[in-house]
Design a binder for this molecule. Sequence first.
Ligand code: TSJ
Length: 647
Amino acid sequence: MDNSEINQVTQEYGANEIQVLEGLEAVRKRPGMYISSTGPRGLHHLVYEIVDNAIDEALAGYCDKIEVDILPGEIIRVKDNGRGIPVGIQPKMGIPAVTVVFTVLHAGGKFGNGSYEFSGGLHGVGASVVNALSEWLEVKVSDGKNVYRQRYERGEIKSELEIIGETTKKGTEVLFKADKEIFTETDVYEFEVLETRLREQAFLNAGINIILTDKRNQEPITEHFCYKGGVMSFVEYIHKKRSLDVIHEDIIKFSGSFSDEEHVAYAEIALQYNESYNDLILSFANNMHTTDGGTHEEGFKRALTKVMNEYAKKFNLIKENEKALSGDDVREGLTAVISVKLKEAQFESQTKIKLGNTYIKYFIDKLVSEKLMVYLEENPATARAIIEKSLMASRAREAARKARDLARRKNAMDSASMPGKLADCQSKNPQETEIFIVEGDSAGGSAKGGRDRKIQAILPLWGKMLNVEKARLDRVYGNDKLMPVITALGCGIGEDFDISKLRYNRVIIMADADVDGSHIRTLLLTFFFRFMRPLIEQGHIYIAQPPLFRLTKNKTHIYAFSDSERDRIIEQLGGKCDIQRYKGLGEMDPEQLWETTMNPETRIMLKVEMEDAIAADEIFTILMGDKVEPRREFIEKNAKYAQNLDI
Ligand code: TSJ
């Protein structure tokens, strides 16, 4: 490397921009501090960390194509056509900048201001983290002249940066294999999981090409994502995928930027209304999904409510003496995508992905207020369709209040206000109690017999399934399947929800491992997601895991929870043994149910995460919606894993 190259790198990359914080041993010692988990989710995060770096290069304007390959042997390859990570000597460390990127924690251009205007969130600095957690990692950099290569093993340099060939191209390529010593499983990359995340990134960075290829099998599978329409394409895609009919053709879009002495921000917002009663607002800050919303969402919601009311008043769509539209009213049937890019994004914490920069609220409020009013005035047919829908929502909400009051009065007149079938626990201390929601009377019987009656309550479910998709709140109040759940939990739904009134710390769904069981799980999860969302967010919802088999040899019983576990146990027992397959919970006697599924000391339970509930909600929409075609398509496409999906 000659001096001019070194100078170029030092000037543009800047030694001061690289901060040395910690060694990579720390990452291997406590991986949980740096990635979400050492399970399948963490494994996928490795891929996102690398891809994020390439996307930053695209954001800086130097790259428009990113290829991601899942290769045989649990290897991932990510390749871009950017400038290539600088290979010149980084003066402070005395080693090539690319080596610094992979071997020094928190090193990277992101901490400077340079070309990385809009990055520097929580993500994307993780090349060294991925390196530390990989059995091996190789980087190849093409700078238009040479191809450079370096290899690392578990974060340590295995070969010096060397020139391995000549090229006229530019770009960066990273290959890695996650470390079995760190991850519980390294062979569980899921095409659909990567596909969802990469598609999302393609929506958020309009025009960028992302190509995902699964080369693990004979026939490779490829998906190419490139959306010229950006966030508008995102909204269009959501409506198509969920087969929701829209109430106006055009997708409404705003974008704008904001700057003063201290701040620089840019926002893009797209929205459209559909015929459903639900809303979906997806918000992002610096390409990161802000699952808990934050100031950008707040600003958007405030402006939307304000403008809709102003417009409705101005054109006499609501009368002077009529109630104003509420936020919930104007969001009914809304799908919106909000993407902001800003310098120095603040998030509330590592786990709460919620944007905190207060000025963003005023920026988005102003942007939407100004542009939405103009849009509505220029598109009166669309405006009318939306306002009419909001008015219907408002009336339905009023009807729901009446239905709720009626339900309350009826309840108050009952001798005991709890549902008749509830077998309550003795303890009245919600800190220590749990409730099992069980489908079917025979299973309910076993559960009542087997429980620890001090802290465990049982609620058997009966009655007909409600199609929540087509029901507003007013119908839920009258539903004989869901009302007992609402009453037993005690915390109300929707606007009335009050978590401090929750009567049990853990709400456990216990259903058979068959299609009907899966139905009831999906229904309940969708119901909790739509009407008692904080229960999921705050980790109160669980799914019981009853065994599928009982293996008996010489009078000892071993339970198996999956086919593969059954096979493993049979092998351990040396072949022959008696196998009982449980077709339903009702087949287990109370002692067996207690021992395998209910005993807090020994049971396995799945804690429901928001992602599970979102998936349930999606499935519910598709399975219960009234269009046959998408449902058939969905079932065919997912037949393979719909069985094990087991949400
Ligand atoms: F970091 C990484 F290994 F994860 C990674 C980085 C992985 C992949 C697939 C791509 C990249 C990457 C980094 N692509 N492009 C870049 N660009 C730079 O690192 C770069 C290039 C030039 C300059 C400059 O100022 O001249 C600055 C930077 C940060």
